[in-house]
Design a protein around this ligand. Sequence first.
Ligand code: AMP
Length: 193
Amino acid sequence: MQKIAVFCGASIGFNNKYKDDAERVGAYFAQQNIGLVYGGGKIGMMGTLADELLKHGGEVIGIIPHLLVHEEVVHSDLSQLIKTKTMSKRKVKISKLVDGYIALAGGFGTLDEIFEALTLGQLGIENKPIGLLNTAGFFDPLLAQLDVMVKEGFLKQVNKDMVLVSDTIDDLINQMTNYKAPKISKVVNTTVK
Ligand code: AMP
C-alpha cells in the first residue's frame, strides 16, 4: 500500500494512550514507506500523527478546504498541502489519492469520513480496505452498534465485515493488504433480505 488516508481527531483526547498510538502510526508509516494523506491540521491527533511522520522523514499530504485554512490549525511543514473549495471536494480528492482508509480515535469528523468510505465500499463504487485502529477498545461500542444494525436487518453482515479492526497498526495494515472486497451484484442492491 503506497498511500493511506488517516482520519482522526482534531482533539487529542483525555488519555495519553490515543496520542501514543498516533505517534506509533506515524513512525510505522515512515518506516514502511507509506504516504499519509490526511486533513492537513496541526492540532490534536492529526497534528501528532503528521509531526511524527515528518520527524521520521515520511511523506505527508494534507488536504484541507479553504474554510479551515487558519494559521492556528493548518500544518505549515507538510510535503504537500492541497486546498479544496469545499469539504465534499476534499473527500473526493482524498479518495483519488489513496489505496485505503484508517480511522484512529476521533469525533464527528472522523466518523463522517470513515463512514463515507464505508458507504462507497457498500455500493461498490470503491473497493479499498477500511480499518479502525481500536486503541484500548475505543471503537467497541461503535462495533456493537453495527452488530445491532445487522441483527435488526439494516446492514448486511458481508458489509459489516468490510470494517477491518485491530489494536495494532502492523496487524491492521496486514489485514488491509490481504483485503478482498465483497462481491456486489448490482450497484444499487444494498438491501438486507
Ligand atoms: P473530529 O473527529 O470531529 O475531531 O474531526 C477530525 C476530522 O475532520 C479529521 O480527520 C479532519 O479531516 C477533519 N477536520 C476537523 N477539524 C479540522 C481542522 N480544524 N482542520 C483540518 N481538518 C479538520
